[in-house]
Design a binder for this molecule. Structure first.
Ligand code: SAM
Length: 216
């Protein structure tokens, strides 16, 4: 999988791509990530990439540097890849949508907004999907892009090491898009609370029934 991130703050991704499951996956070359800093494509003084919004207060990311960044990525890509803009105005991301993205392509361009967002003409001209990570406002698109990227990367074989954990998770098709049952580990008793007996029984049929009953 290849992910091209167009953002004003590529540094924001640094520690995320170095830690835990995602960090290991990157180290093992299970995916590649490329950053394009929007300001680097600006021809303005001091590499400014934003300007005053028309008809309202605030700043908007200018169309020219973003278009240049996208065209720059196009020069290195030989196929059509989805361009995804992270925005609260987009369709709310679900597990099903993540699965669809994963099936549709193995390469993506992700645009991160800032200020009041990116000039609408970029969305009209280039963007295929507008994605929101829920109904609240973040100050910048990097965090929401990380949410999308994390949920995508988990689908790459060997990232989780165990295919079963991916198949049987909250919102998965196997669990009818419901929330997973509670999970337990050792010790069997903790602060007077015991692990449900059935989970320690090795009775697969009963365990499956318990799991089904405890979906929500
Ligand atoms: C302050 S927000 C812009 C909000 C915009 N003026 C509005 O009211 O819809 C700046 C950037 O953060 C990102 N962002 C904020 N909330 C988000 C959300 N719920 N989902 C996805 N991206 C979000 C987007 O990239 C957005 O362009």
């Amino acid at each position: 999988m290849k992910i091209h991130i167009i953002s004003m703050f590529p540094d924001a991704f640094e520690s995320y791509f170095e830690s835990s499951i995602i960090g290991r996956a990157k180290e093992n070359n299970l995916f590649e990530v490329f950053f394009y800093k929007i300001n680097d494509f600006s021809t303005k003084k001091f590499k400014q990439a934003d300007d005053k919004a028309y008809g309202m207060h605030g700043q908007v990311i200018s169309p020219e540097p973003v278009a240049k960044a996208i065209e720059f990525v196009f020069e290195y890509i030989w196929k059509k890849v989805p361009i995804i803009y992270m925005t609260p105005r987009g369709k709310i991301l679900t597990q099903e949508q993540v699965e669809n993205f994963y099936k549709t392509s193995d390469e993506y361009i992700i645009l991160c907004g800032h200020y009041e967002g990116i000039d609408q003409r970029i969305i009209d001209l280039y963007v295929n999907y507008e994605v929101s990570i829920w109904e609240y406002i973040l100050s910048s698109g990097e965090l929401s892009a990380m949410v999308l990227i994390d949920s995508l990367i988990r689908h790459i074989p060997w990232v989780l090491g165990n295919k079963i954990s991916l198949e049987e998770e909250s919102f998965s098709q196997k669990l009818n898009r419901q929330k997973e049952y509670p999970v337990y580990t050792r010790p069997q008793e903790f602060m007077e609370k015991k692990v449900p007996e059935v989970l320690m029984s090795w009775n697969h049929k009963e365990i499956e029934q318990w799991k089904k009953k405890n979906l929500s």
